[in-house]
Design a binder for this molecule. Sequence first.
Ligand code: UDP
Length: 415
Amino acid sequence: MDETDADPPSFRLASIEDFEPFVGAETVDRIMAKAAPLRDLHVVNINSTYYGGGVAELLSSLTLLMNAAGIRTGWRVIEGRPDFFSVTKKMHNALQGGDIMLSDLKKDIYEEVVYENACRMHLDHDVVIVHDPQPLPLIMHYRKTAPWIWRCHLDLNRPNPDVWAYLAPFIERYDAVVMSLPEYAQKISPPQRFIMPAINPFTTTNKELSEAEIDERLDRYEIPRDLPLVVQVSRFDKWKDPQGVIDAFRIARKDVDATLVMVGNTATDDPEGQEIFASLCASREERICILSVQDSALVNALQRRAAVVLQKSTREGFGLTVTEAMWKGAAVIGGKVGGIRHQIADGVNGFLVETVEEAAARIVQLLKDASLRERLGAAAKETVRQNFLMTRLAEEWLDLIGSFEASFKLRGPVA
Ligand code: UDP
């Protein structure tokens, strides 16, 4: 058969029905019934990066799942120069409680780049969903004919008041604001809804892998397999406390032998990653591997093979990496902050820690006790099955979009 006779590659999207083995037929039927009246609506999501970080990970799966359910859901990414992303990363940090010097120059860069994006976006969708602070002011440049929703993924426990006051007039224009947790609620007029993220079990990051596939992935990066692995997967970001992970591992190693693997990527909207990665490299040694690479199969392999997975964040809106590792039955130690406190029940399906010393003690305890690892890992997987699979997320979005039916007369099904 010559090449021209070959069948075109056959691809298919994961559908709501594919989740039936995990969530049951009743849940699938209920979600499909909610999707039916919204079929053919045109929805657009706008964020600031196609890869690197949880928002991109979520959007890549959720937009496809919505399309498979018949809702025409798109994903646009705003463009910006490095100085734009330098300003927006400072805003991101300040929204999570960091300091910021909000000069007029920074505001001008931010607002001008968003205006330029607005000029070439031509949004005439039935629903517009804007993610995080980077594209937030887009709404100022449209005559609103559809519901606009701002979805903030950050840990909003203690936003810097200056940055909040500056962003508030943009936020006020939205028809709803979605945050991950009720504790992130703010004093604003738009209705606030709380939706926790979720994972897709069929992606390269999460699908089943054989032991041989895991070995192959680890060998490719020369990750030693002779000792138990302690793993943290995270963007190189100060809120993920990478130095705290190294310090905790060093303390733990006085009692147990293991290899620490830290894998991180850098996102196009996060200019700080490179510098943080470079500063960590001084800590590399035979038993401390630090890799900057975007390889979802490696993330999957590490989360499956790890004896202990750490997510020692000091701020975390919701840690997708935590849920990904729990789905693989890993014993996870998470920072007792933000969304992680709602993902891990301490001592039941993982551990929560507040300090480097506590993290070190839990690493030692888990490395010494295989049955504890197994018990926590099994409970972790069940927690994800019940609460954190993407069908739950899709259903909550369908509910929210459907709730605008009366006020915006969303387009009904095409006859
Ligand atoms: N991730 C990845 N490679 C890396 C680091 C992270 O693919 O080297 C993925 C990770 O698997 C997860 C997402 O990026 O899906 C990070 O989401 P999370 O909510 O944990 O953190 P965020 O980066 O959004 O703060």
